[in-house]
Design a protein around this ligand. Structure first.
Ligand code: SF4
Length: 237
């Protein structure tokens, strides 16, 4: 791959949890414009960092895994940042793998362009879709980001590509009412699959307790409401 080479921070060579109903490898793309306080991949945020990862070697590895893996997920970081994503996907797809994408919807035009190549998208909804909440969730001023996020979600809703929305329930930035708000919004927009993910405190977070993190899932009013709003809803811990 010579045009627009991608920068990769690392890979997970075998995963059963990152691509629904598929055994996959996960490509962690380097670079993210956001600074979510719950980020477990902060090392991937710096767009300029160079991990020394050699893409061609990974492609050679994938050629030996055709009978083991069903798909490859491009994750991050934020994969849509990199212009080389399309070529990388084409290269992996030509080997016969299904393609998944994890994104927060940072570049809708890029998402639109690569959408025909995708088999599934995991779309992060980090907070209620307003500037005040989203600024807390992505760690930068969100007013200019929200239109892009909403446009990306709209692109997915209008497409035939399988996708889910998911929210990491960080009690430092989200309340139970916030999650209800997100559920109401997504349900009214026509989202069919929604998942809540348990926040696991990052290393620097020494005050959030497990019961703080569990409170969302123990609230039967919230959970029952979400189950009734979405054809597919579940909790990931
Ligand atoms: S979008 Fe993902 S990679 Fe970027 S800061 Fe947030 S959690 Fe980390």
């Amino acid at each position: 791959m010579t045009d627009n080479p991608i920068k990769v921070g690392g890979v997970e060579t075998f995963s059963t949890v990152d691509f629904p109903e598929k055994i996959s490898a996960v490509v962690f793309m380097q670079g993210c414009p956001w600074r979510c306080p719950f980020c477990h991949n902060a090392i991937l945020q710096d767009t300029a960092a160079d991990s020394g990862f050699i893409w061609e070697k990974f492609i050679e590895f994938l050629k030996t895994r055709r009978k083991v893996l069903d798909g490859v997920v491009f994750s991050g970081g934020e994969p849509l940042v990199q212009d080389g994503l399309e070529n990388a996907i084409l290269e992996v797809k030509s080997l016969g793998f299904a393609i998944g994408l994890h994104t927060g919807g940072y570049r809708p035009a890029h998402l639109q362009k690569i959408l025909p190549l995708l088999d599934w998208v995991g779309f992060d909804i980090k907070a209620p879709l307003n500037a005040e909440h989203y600024t807390k969730a992505i760690g930068i001023q969100a007013a200019s980001q929200l239109p892009k996020i909403k446009e990306s979600l709209d692109i997915l809703l209008k497409s035939s590509v399988d996708f889910e929305c998911r929210t990491t329930c960080d009690p430092r930035i989200l309340s139970i009412d916030d999650i209800k708000n997100i559920g109401d919004t997504l349900s009214s927009l026509g989202v069919k699959k929604y998942f809540l993910q348990k926040y696991r405190p990052i290393e620097s977070d020494t005050t959030t307790t497990d019961s703080d993190c569990e409170q969302f899932f123990l609230n039967s009013n919230l959970i029952d409401g979400l189950r009734s709003q979405f054809p597919v809803f579940d909790i990931r811990k």
